[in-house]
Design a protein. Structure first.
Length: 89
């Protein structure tokens, strides 16, 4: 993304962990992402690498433990549930 282009989707410092019994499993650690309008992005990685977890967070289906996701400059979790649904479509 060129510096002059505005991000339509942005994630900063996103982390997410899950508990499996007594273990805490860190799935996402400090994810930073900026996507500009018209860009094509691929999220790739091995099975269990956190791709689906990241996409759930970017789509507003799951909350990160820490960090922020912004869509069109607005904090994703400050949007209403209906607006978050519209963003996914």
């Amino acid at each position: 993304m060129n510096e002059g282009q505005r991000a339509v989707l942005e994630a900063q410092g996103v982390t997410r962990a899950f508990r499996q019994g007594p273990k805490r499993i860190e799935v996402l650690r400090g994810i930073d992402l900026r996507v500009s309008a018209g860009a094509s992005v691929a999220i790739v990685g091995a099975s269990g690498a956190g791709k689906s977890t990241l996409l759930h967070i970017l789509g507003g289906l799951d909350r990160p433990d820490t960090g922020e996701v912004r869509v069109g400059g607005a904090s994703l979790w400050e949007l209403s549930a209906n607006r978050r649904g519209a963003v996914r479509n």
